[in-house]
Design a protein around this ligand. Structure first.
Ligand code: NDP
Length: 275
């Protein structure tokens, strides 16, 4: 069994990126609405990554009750500024329309890859900015020389942030894809068919040893913080010996997500400069 080490891979990739961008003036603006505690932790990680790469970081922290009109104006100003990447930190309060806001971000600055133009490009297998976690998963498997074409990939979770984009990325890599969700019947019979299993549910230890086949590759996206401890969606200790490759939590897909965000800022720069 090989542990897919996201932390190490992130360090290697960011070192290479740092060299590529050393003469550029790149920047990231993160919009946070309200005081969600987990969001603040994620934003801090993004800030640190920017600082390490000399990417200018601005944290635009707004009141929970901000109106959509005000927010759209802020996004418009950012679109017209020289900031390289814009990111709307999720979740946002219910009175705001996530799609409207994501689509207001200039698609060339949309480093989260959630704008409808980038989503369409992904679906049509055209070049665009890709959602960071989905891209991080593919980058990790490729870095370990894991063949994707022809593999049966089972994805548990169908969110716009992870499950759906990663399913399209695997399709674009010529894998055979099955998507499961909370209404899927006989989940364990489907997961057992997976050559590669992606768990992205937010349910601690949903995936157990009985649910996977011998030698499967397991990617655990889940981050479940319970009483101060982080757990994945996979029952790692009991599953790992049955796998050929597995990601740990923490230290697997989390670092790859941050890494891809930084790579997306550079890609956004290239897009804006017609490269
Ligand atoms: P969502 O809550 O948006 O989606 C969860 C998905 O899992 C849904 O499609 C849901 O089905 C499905 N699901 C829930 N319970 C079950 C179940 N018992 N059986 C089968 N499917 C189930 O979550 P996200 O996609 O945003 O995130 C998933 C996890 O990944 C979370 O733990 C999140 O914290 C983590 N995450 C980690 C990142 C990282 O960098 N490592 C980045 C982003 C997220 P249905 O659609 O039917 O409701």
């Amino acid at each position: 069994m090989i542990i897919l080490d996201g932390k190490k891979l992130k360090e290697e990739r960011l070192k290479a990126l740092k060299n590529k961008i050393k003469d550029l003036k790149l920047s990231l603006a993160v919009i946070q609405i309200g005081n969600d505690e987990a969001s603040s932790v994620y934003i801090n990680q993004k800030k640190k990554a920017c600082e390490n790469l000399n990417v200018e970081f601005s944290h635009i922290k707004l009141e929970e009750n901000i109106t959509e009109t005000k927010l759209l104006n802020i996004i418009k100003d950012l679109n017209n500024s020289d900031v390289t990447g814009i990111l709307l930190q999720l979740p946002i309060p219910n009175h705001l329309n996530k799609m409207t806001l994501q689509n207001a971000i200039d698609y060339k600055k949309d480093v989260d890859g959630l704008n409808v133009i980038n989503v369409n490009r992904l679906i049509n297998n055209e070049k665009g900015l890709l959602p960071c976690t989905a891209k991080g998963i593919i980058n990790m498997l490729k870095a370990y020389n894991i063949e994707l074409a022809g593999k049966h990939v089972v994805i548990v979770g169908r969110s716009n942030l992870v499950g759906r984009p990663v399913s399209n990325l695997f399709l674009n890599e010529n894998a055979t894809v099955t998507i499961c969700h909370s209404k899927t019947k006989n989940l364990n019979e489907i997961t057992k068919l997976a050559d590669i299993l992606i768990a992205a549910t937010g349910k601690k230890h949903l995936i157990t040893a009985e649910m996977i086949k011998q030698g499967a590759i397991i990617v655990d996206v889940g981050i479940n913080k319970i009483d101060g401890t982080l757990y994945g969606d996979v029952d790692y200790e009991n599953v790992k010996e049955k796998t050929s490759y597995i990601t740990p939590v923490p230290g697997g897909i989390g670092p790859m997500t941050i890494c891809c965000l930084m790579e997306n800022i550079y890609e956004a720069y290239l897009l804006q400069n017609n490269n």
